[in-house]
Design a protein around this ligand. Structure first.
Ligand code: ZN
Length: 316
């Protein structure tokens, strides 16, 4: 009788162990929720909100350019193994729908920018005599601006969407996700206040800079700065010789004091324009990708702090 009972207990323990092993396998590595983000900034937010409960990777890694990303069969397997997929939306990841289809996954896809007010073109400064935004030179047919993460207020929307997506995929983690998201949103509020304080130290007439591609429209709108770009919202279309001639004229006419390179974009165009206009190269801004650790922009908050420091140093 006693012996029968212990056999029963042992089999129960074995069954229980097998059950958790199967569950762990299904969840990815360990017991964590396997999340795939389209690019590194979303990965950072998922990691902040998900904490220890999630394992998150980015399809477009640090230094990569999501505009021109070409997914591989390996990416399809990564997406296929995910329990939750997080994308920017606003037309940023033109390759994503096909990739999700190729992965034949049923995992939910969260559009992290949902609820953001899309930045409508044109934004200042208008190109002299053209009646267009300077930022839309290279790609006038482009749609809305996908780079909504450069507004820290929008970042709050992104983080809230990610929190809700994680709760949907892993309801048991609700308390963790809510606590982590609330703490992170407080950090974003401090970041926003710091950026405003630094912008206030730049003379208003100096608050204009030139970048390679049109990634800073949301930043410009939030903080009262003017960004002019050589390329459109995407890096796909190159600026033509005629575009470049217009850019050079505009930089001279509007006395744009500083040009900036971007981490994921070819620097040659900006260097050439700097040589022809005599405008200074202010440094490198991080627009569409974070850096690896210990780089200057390994997190979203670090990226934003780096960018405003570089801008202020160049314009003051
Ligand atoms: Zn971009």
């Amino acid at each position: 009788m006693r012996r029968g009972l212990s056999v029963l207990v042992v089999s129960f323990v074995v069954v229980l162990a097998e059950f958790s092993a199967a569950r762990a396998q299904a969840a990815g590595s360990g017991d964590k929720l396997n999340v795939v983000a389209s690019f590194s900034i979303l990965r950072d937010w998922v990691a902040n909100v998900g904490g220890d409960r999630v394992e998150v990777s980015a399809l477009v890694g640090v230094g990569g350019d999501a505009h021109v990303f070409a997914p591989t069969p390996r990416d399809a397997r990564t997406v296929g193994a995910a329990k939750l997929i997080v994308v920017n939306g606003l037309g940023f990841e033109g390759w994503m729908d096909r990739l999700v289809r190729a992965a034949a996954t049923q995992a939910p896809v969260i559009v992290a920018s949902a609820g953001v007010v899309p930045q409508p073109p044109p934004y200042p400064p208008p190109l002299a005599g053209e009646g267009r935004a300077g930022g839309r030179l290279g790609n006038p047919a482009a749609g809305s601006d996908p780079h909504a993460w450069h507004s820290v207020r929008n970042a709050e929307i992104y983080v809230s969407n990610i929190r809700d997506g994680l709760i949907g995929a892993d309801p048991q983690g609700r308390a963790t996700y809510e606590t982590n998201a609330a703490a992170y949103i407080q950090e974003l509020a401090r970041l926003d206040a710091d950026i405003r304080r630094i912008v206030a130290t730049i003379p208003p007439t100096q608050r204009k800079i030139f970048t390679t591609h049109d990634a800073f429209g949301y930043f410009a709108a939030d903080y009262g700065m003017a960004f002019v770009a050589a390329q459109g919202f995407s890096t796909e279309t190159e600026a033509s010789a005629r575009d470049i001639a217009r850019i050079i004229r505009m930089i001279r006419e509007q006395n744009i004091p500083a040009l900036f390179l971007e981490n994921a974009v070819d620097p040659r165009l900006v260097r050439r324009i700097a040589a022809e206009t005599g405008a200074r190269i202010g440094g490198t801004l991080f627009s569409d990708s974070l850096t690896a650790l210990p780089g200057p922009a390994a997190t979203y908050v670090d990226m934003m702090r780096h960018n405003i420091r570089e801008i202020a140093d160049a314009l003051r």
